[in-house]
Design a protein around this ligand. Structure first.
Ligand code: NAG
Ligand code: NAG
Ligand code: NAG
Ligand code: NAG
Length: 508
C-alpha cells in the first residue's frame, strides 16, 4: 500500500519542478543577448493552457527578454476606447492547416553536436524537440553530402556508370553523425517527427560535367538511375529505423544552370525536371512500397514559381500529378513578393519553406553574429509573411554550427540559432527564440485564421489550435512600445507590445 503512495508523491514533486527556467543571458556588445547553456544550466520552457477568462503572453525583445511569461484577464470588448493598433481575430474564417516547424540535420550539425559532452548533447536535443523545448516536429536531411560536410561525396560513387546502383550504401556520416542525432530527436519528441530528404548532387558519373559542383545536367542515360537512387535512400533510412516522410526533387536545381554554385549541385532545366518527374521519379516512388512518400517540387527560391515551375507544368502536365507540394527557400524573398504563391492556389498543393539562414550574403564578413536581434527579426518577419501567404510550415537550415558558421567544405559559412562555442557550452541566438515563438505554440494541425490589423506598425498571424485555443503571434519591428488591443468576438485583451519585440498570446 505504501509504495504506490510514495510513487505518487514523487510524480507530483517532479512535475512541479518542471517550471520554466529563464535565459541565462550573456550580453554581446552592440547586440542583444545570447542564452548560455552548460551542463549545469539551460533555459527551458513549458506551456500550460490559460485558465478560462485569462490569457498568457510570452515576450522576447531586443532589450533581452526571452519568452518572458505574463498572464492577464480577458475583458468584455468596449468600443468606447480606441487604440492605435488593433488586431481583430476571426476564428470563423480559417485557412491552411499547419504541418510543422523544424531545422536541418547536416553533417556539420552532427559534428558540432558530437563535440558537446554527453549531458549537453541531451540538453541540445531537448532544447529543440523535448517537452521543455521549442516544439520542433520536422527535420530536413541531405541525402549524401552538401556544402555543410567536411568533403564532397555522394553514395555509390564507385563503380562509375553503375546503372543498377549495385554498390549503394549509406556513408560513414549517416552512421556516425546524422542517424544518431535524428534518432535522439525522434525519441524525445511527443509527436511524429516528419523527415524530409534532399539530394544536392548525385555521384559525378551521373552528371554531364563529371564534377560535384558547377554547371551540370543529369545524363539522359541515368534519368532512371537517379530516381532509383532516391528509392535506395528511402529503403536504407527505413532499414535503419528512420522512416522518411518526404523528398524534394533536388536542392536548388537552378544553381546548376547558372554558373553560380561552388558547392554540390545538379542543374535541371524545366523540360529536364518535368520529364524526370513524369517518367522516372514519380512512377518509381508511386509503384514502390514507399508510395506514400510526399514528393515536393522546386526546393529553390520562390521566384522559381512564376518562371520555372509554371514551365515544368506546361511542358510536363503529368509531372505535376506526382507532386504533393512545393518547397521554397527564403533567399531573395525580399526581392520577390509573396503574391507569387497565389499561382499555386486551387491546385491542391501545399507550399512549405524548407531552408533559411542568416549571414549567407556573398561578401558578407559577418557570417555568425552572436546576439543579433536583427536576424531574429528577419526570421519572424519571413515566417509571418510566409504563413500569412498560405505556407504550411517553415524549416530552418542547420540546427547548430560552430562560431565560424561551419564546418563547410567550400567555406560557405552562415549563422545558426544555436552556436556550439565549446564542448561544455552552447549559446541560443535570438533567432532560436524567433522560431520558438511560433514552433512552441503552433502545433501540427493548427489552422491559420483571419486577422485584420488596424494601424500599420505591427505584423501578426493567428491560429486556432486542435484543442480550440487561439494563438496570436505579434511582431513589432518599430522602436516604440505599443498598446495593442486584440478583439475576439465580444471579448478583448489589451497587451503592451515592447519596442523591437516578438510576442505570442494564448487565448483559451
Ligand atoms: C560597437 O559600436 C561602436 C560604435 O558604432 C564601434 O565603434 C565598436 O567597434 C562596436 N563594437 C563591436 C564589438 O562591434
Ligand atoms: C465602456 O467604457 C466606458 C467609458 O469608461 C463606460 O462608460 C462603459 O460603461 C463601458 N462599457 C462596457 C460595456 O463596459
Ligand atoms: C563500393 O563502395 C566503396 C565505398 O563505399 C568502395 O570502397 C568500393 O571500392 C566500391 N566497390 C566497387 C566494386 O567499386
Ligand atoms: C491564395 O491563397 C492565399 C492563402 O490562403 C491567400 O492569402 C490568397 O489571397 C489567395 N489568392 C488568390 C488569388 O486566391
Amino acid at each position: 500500500m505504501r509504495i504506490p503512495f510514495i510513487v505518487l508523491i514523487l510524480v507530483v514533486a517532479s512535475r512541479s519542478s518542471v517550471a520554466d527556467k529563464p535565459c541565462q543571458a550573456r550580453e554581446i556588445q552592440n547586440q542583444s543577448v545570447v542564452c548560455v547553456c552548460t551542463e549545469d544550466y539551460c533555459d527551458s520552457i513549458t506551456t500550460t493552457r490559460p485558465q478560462q477568462g485569462s490569457y498568457h503572453i510570452y515576450r522576447s525583445s531586443q532589450t533581452g527578454l526571452r519568452l518572458e511569461k505574463r498572464h492577464g484577464r480577458i475583458r468584455s470588448y468596449n468600443s468606447s476606447y480606441e487604440y492605435d493598433t488593433e488586431i481583430i481575430l476571426n476564428p470563423r474564417k480559417t485557412y491552411q492547416t499547419i504541418e510543422g516547424f523544424g531545422g536541418a540535420v547536416t553533417d556539420a550539425v552532427g559534428i558540432n553536436w558530437l563535440k558537446l559532452t554527453k549531458p549537453l548533447q541531451e540538453t541540445f536535443v531537448e532544447s529543440y524537440f523535448g517537452d521543455c523545448g521549442i516544439g520542433y516536429n520536422m527535420i530536413r536531411v541531405p541525402i549524401g553530402g552538401c556544402d555543410f560536410s567536411t568533403h564532397a561525396y555522394a553514395y555509390n560513387e564507385l563503380p562509375a556508370n553503375d546503372v543498377k546502383l549495385s554498390n549503394f550504401s549509406l556513408a560513414a556520416e549517416d552512421f556516425n553523425l546524422k542517424l544518431p542525432l535524428i534518432k535522439r530527436l525522434r525519441a524525445v519528441s511527443t509527436v511524429p517527427v516528419l523527415l524530409l530528404g534532399t539530394i544536392w548532387s548525385p555521384p559525378v558519373w551521373m552528371k554531364t560535367n563529371n564534377k560535384i559542383t558547377g554547371v551540370s545536367r543529369l545524363k539522359p542515360e541515368y534519368f532512371q538511375t537517379y530516381a532509383d537512387y532516391h528509392l535506395k535512400f528511402l529503403e536504407k533510412y527505413s532499414e535503419n529505423g528512420v522512416p522518411v516522410w518526404g523528398i524534394t526533387t533536388t536542392n536548388e536545381p537552378f544553381n546548376g544552370v547558372l554558373p553560380l554554385p561552388t558547392f554540390n549541385s545538379l542543374g535541371f532545366t524545366p523540360d529536364g525536371m518535368g520529364r524526370w518527374i513524369a517518367e522516372n521519379l514519380g512512377p518509381t516512388i508511386r509503384n514502390s512500397k514507399f508510395k506514400d512518400t510526399k514528393i515536393l517540387g522546386i526546393d529553390d527560391q520562390r521566384y522559381m514559381i512564376p518562371f520555372w515551375y509554371t514551365l515544368v507544368v506546361d511542358l510536363w502536365p503529368e509531372a505535376d500529378t506526382y507532386l504533393d507540394g512545393l518547397a521554397v527557400h527564403w533567399y531573395l524573398n525580399k526581392e520577390v513578393p509573396p503574391s507569387v504563391y497565389t499561382l499555386v492556389n486551387n491546385t491542391g498543393k501545399f507550399i512549405i519553406s524548407t531552408e533559411a539562414c542568416s549571414g549567407f550574403e556573398l561578401n558578407n564578413p559577418d557570417r555568425v553574429i552572436l546576439g543579433s536581434w536583427k536576424r531574429a527579426e528577419d526570421y519572424i518577419g519571413d515566417i509571418i509573411e510566409s504563413i500569412n501567404s498560405g505556407l504550411v510550415g517553415w524549416i530552418d537550415w542547420n540546427l547548430c554550427l560552430d562560431p565560424q558558421g561551419g564546418p563547410n567544405w567550400v567555406e560557405n559559412f552562415v549563422d545558426s540559432p544555436i552556436i556550439v562555442t565549446s564542448s561544455t557550452e552552447f549559446v541560443k541566438q535570438p533567432m532560436f527564440y524567433a522560431m520558438a515563438h511560433v514552433s512552441k505554440f503552433v502545433p501540427r494541425g493548427s489552422q491559420r485564421i483571419d486577422v485584420r490589423i488596424k494601424g500599420d506598425s505591427i505584423e501578426a498571424m493567428a491560429f486556432v489550435l486542435p484543442d480550440d485555443m487561439v494563438v496570436v503571434v505579434i511582431f513589432n519591428r518599430q522602436d516604440e512600445t505599443r498598446k495593442v488591443r486584440l478583439q475576439l468576438f465580444s471579448k478583448e485583451i489589451v497587451v503592451t507590445v515592447h519596442a523591437r519585440s516578438i510576442n505570442t498570446v494564448q487565448i483559451p
